[in-house]
Design a binder for this molecule. Structure first.
Ligand code: SGN
Ligand code: CA
Length: 529
C-alpha cells in the first residue's frame, strides 16, 4: 500500500469509536460525528476552461459552475493524461495512465477491461453506495456501481436511448442533460439506506459535438458575436503534426456545415448530413417545429449571403460559439439543480462536489475545434471542487494535477487505503490547504489514436511548470518544445533551435524519468540517452 490517509483526514472521514474520541480535541470530535464524506462527481464532455466564466470571461456565463469554485477551490493547472473521451474516463476510474489501464483509444473498439480494480469498486467494498448516470463510452458495461444507466457510445441529445442495468434499452423522451440530472436526483431521493455514504457519478454528453441545444435555449446569444482568436489563421510553421490535423473551423470537411453548423436544406448533402438528419429525426414534432423555426431563417440568410474567406470563417466561428454556449446553458442550469438539491437536503457539509470535463477543447485557437493534442487548450481540463466541512482549502490551487489523481483522492476521502499500483496522487493534501514541498513538478501525457478522425498523430510528452516537450511518432518522427512562459499559445517550436540545448536536454531527461516512473513501454521504442 502506498499512501495511507493521514491521521487528520481519517479523523474527518471515518467515525471513530468512543475510546479514540476521548483523545480528540473538541474540533476533531465534532468532525468525527460527521458521516464519511459523500462524493458527487460531475463530468462533462468536451467542456473547456475557456468556456467557463470562473476561468475565462470572454464567452460564457456559468454562474452555477462558478458557484462550486467560489465556495471551494479552482484548480488552475489541471490536466488529462490522454485527451480523448474513453481513455480519459478509463484513467479517471483506474487512477492509471492509458498504457496501464489498457483503454488507449476510442476507435480500436477494444472494450475497457471492467474486471480490473477501479475506485468505484474500492468504495463499494468500503460500504459506499455507488451510482453512474450518463455517458460511459468504455464499450463494456460499467462495473463497480450499485446502480447505473448509461447512453450507448456518444449518446443523443434528443429523446436519447439509455442502456439499463439489466441490458435492456429504452428511448427516454426529453433532453439528455436534463434527463441525466433527473435520473441522478431520483437516485439520491430513493436510496434505501440513507445512512450509507454514497458516490454518484453524473456523466454528461454535453458539450460534445454537435452542440444541439435544448429548444428553450435556442434563441440565446444571437445578438452577440466574438472576434476570431488571434492565432486563428495559424500556418503551423515548425509543427507538421498540427498542419496535418483535420480540425479547422473553416475547413468544411472538418467542421460540417450541416451536422455542426445546422445549415440543412433539401439539396445540400455533406458527409455528415445523414448523421444530422438522424439526430434531428429523433425529435418529436413539437421539438422539430421549434428547431426549424429557429434555424430556418438563419439557413436562408446564410445561403443567400454567399460569404467567403475571412467573413465566412468569422460566421462559422460565431455559429460554433453560439451553439456551444446554448448547449452549455442547460449544463450550467442542471449543475445548479444538483447543488440546490444537495443544499436543500443538508448534504453539502458532508459531500465533496467535483466538476470537471473529460478533456479541454479548442475554441478557435490555432483555427481549431476538437482536442487530442498535448497543446495546452486540450491538455488542460477545468476542475473545480466544493469541499465538505473539514477540508480547509479555498480559492486557487496552482499545483499541477491530472485526471489520474481523482481515484486516489476519492479513496483517501473515503478512508480507503490507496493501492500501490495507482499512478495518480491523492489531492487530499491540497484540499486540506497544505502546500506539500514534494508535490509533482511534471506531468506525463500520451495520445494513441491515429490514424483516426481529425488526423492527430500519436504523441507523448512531458510538461514542467515552464516547458512542454512532445514527440510525435508512428508515421512521423518529430519533436516539439515550447516555452509556456514566453509562448503560451505554443506558436513557436523551439526544439533544436540554437540556445535551447540546455533546456532541451533537461526536458528530455524529465521525459525519460516520466516514462520510467509510469512504466510506458513506448520508452523501449524511443529510448532517451
Ligand atoms: C466523434 C466525433 C469527433 C470526436 C470523437 C471523439 N465525430 O467521433 O469529432 O473527436 O467523437 O470525441 S462525430 O461526427 O461523431 O461527432 S470524444 O470526446 O468522445 O473522445
Ligand atoms: Ca470528450
Amino acid at each position: 500500500m502506498k499512501l495511507i490517509y493521514s491521521a487528520a483526514a481519517a479523523v474527518a472521514a471515518i467515525p471513530l469509536g468512543a475510546a479514540a474520541l476521548q483523545s480528540c480535541s473538541k474540533a476533531n470530535a465534532e468532525e468525527t460525528e460527521a458521516k464519511r464524506y459523500n462524493i458527487v462527481y460531475i463530468m462533462t464532455d468536451d467542456h473547456t476552461a475557456q468556456m467557463m466564466s470562473c476561468y475565462d470571461k470572454r464567452y460564457a456565463h456559468t454562474p452555477n459552475l462558478d458557484r462550486i469554485a467560489e465556495d471551494g477551490v479552482r484548480f488552475t493547472n489541471s490536466f488529462v493524461a490522454n485527451s480523448l473521451s474513453g481513455p480519459s474516463r478509463a484513467c479517471m476510474v483506474t487512477g492509471k495512465h492509458s498504457h496501464k489501464n489498457g483503454f488507449t483509444d476510442n476507435e480500436s473498439g477494444k472494450p475497457f477491461d471492467g474486471s480490473q480494480p477501479t475506485f468505484p469498486k474500492y468504495l463499494q467494498q468500503a460500504g459506499y453506495e455507488t451510482a453512474l448516470f450518463g455517458k460511459w463510452h468504455l464499450i463494456s458495461d460499467p462495473t463497480g456501481f450499485d446502480t447505473w444507466r448509461v447512453v450507448p457510445g456518444q449518446g443523443d441529445y434528443y429523446n436519447p436511448t439509455f442502456i439499463n442495468q439489466d441490458g435492456s434499452t429504452e428511448i427516454v423522451p426529453g433532453y439528455l442533460t436534463n434527463l441525466i440530472t433527473d435520473m441522478s436526483l431520483d437516485w439520491l431521493d430513493n436510496r434505501k439506506d440513507k445512512e450509507k455514504p454514497f458516490c454518484l457519478l453524473i456523466h454528461h454528453k454535453a458539450q460534445h459535438r454537435n452542440w444541439m441545444a435544448d429548444t428553450c435555449n435556442l434563441a440565446l446569444y444571437e445578438d452577440q458575436s466574438w472576434p476570431l482568436p488571434d492565432n486563428f489563421f495559424d500556418t503551423y510553421e515548425g509543427r507538421p503534426a498540427a498542419a496535418a490535423a483535420e480540425m479547422r473551423i473553416d475547413d468544411p470537411m472538418a467542421m460540417d456545415i450541416v451536422y455542426d453548423l445546422k445549415m440543412l436544406t433539401d439539396t445540400v448533402n455533406t458527409r455528415l448530413t445523414p448523421t444530422y438528419k438522424a439526430f434531428v429525426g429523433r425529435m418529436d414534432s413539437a421539438q422539430r417545429a421549434k428547431w426549424d423555426a429557429f434555424y430556418n431563417p438563419i439557413i436562408e440568410e446564410y445561403y443567400k449571403s454567399n460569404l467567403k474567406g475571412e467573413e465566412l470563417a468569422q460566421w462559422r466561428f460565431n455559429r460554433y460559439i453560439r451553439d456551444y454556449l446554448k448547449t452549455l446553458k442547460s449544463l450550467d442550469d442542471n449543475v445548479g439543480r444538483v447543488l440546490d438539491y444537495l443544499k436543500e437536503h443538508d448534504l453539502l457539509d458532508n459531500t465533496l462536489v467535483v466538476y470537471t470535463s473529460d478533456q479541454g477543447f479548442y475554441m478557435g485557437e490555432h483555427g481549431w475545434f476538437d482536442k487530442r493534442f498535448m497543446y495546452e487548450e486540450s491538455f488542460n481540463t477545468p476542475l473545480v471542487m466544493r469541499l465538505p466541512k473539514g477540508l480547509k482549502a479555498r480559492g486557487d490551487i496552482q499545483q499541477m494535477v491530472q485526471n489520474i489523481d481523482y481515484a486516489p483522492t476519492f479513496l483517501e476521502i473515503a478512508g480507503v487505503e490507496i493501492p500501490e499500483d495507482i499512478q495518480g496522487e491523492s489531492l487530499m493534501p491540497l484540499l486540506r490547504g497544505e502546500n506539500p514541498a514534494d508535490w509533482r513538478d511534471q506531468l506525463y501525457y500520451h495520445y494513441h489514436e491515429y490514424p483516426a478522425e481529425h488526423s492527430v498523430k500519436r504523441h507523448y510528452g512531458v510538461r514542467s511548470d515552464r516547458y512542454s516537450l512532445m514527440h510525435f511518432y508512428n508515421d512521423i518522427d518529430h519533436w516539439e518544445l515550447y516555452d509556456l512562459q514566453n509562448d503560451p499559445q505554443q506558436m513557436h517550436n523551439i526544439y533544436g533551435k540554437p540556445g535551447t540545448e540546455q533546456v532541451t536536454a533537461e526536458m528530455r531527461q524529465r521525459l525519460k524519468k516520466a516514462m520510467e516512473q509510469y512504466d510506458d513501454p513506448i520508452r523501449n521504442q524511443f529510448p532517451i540517452d
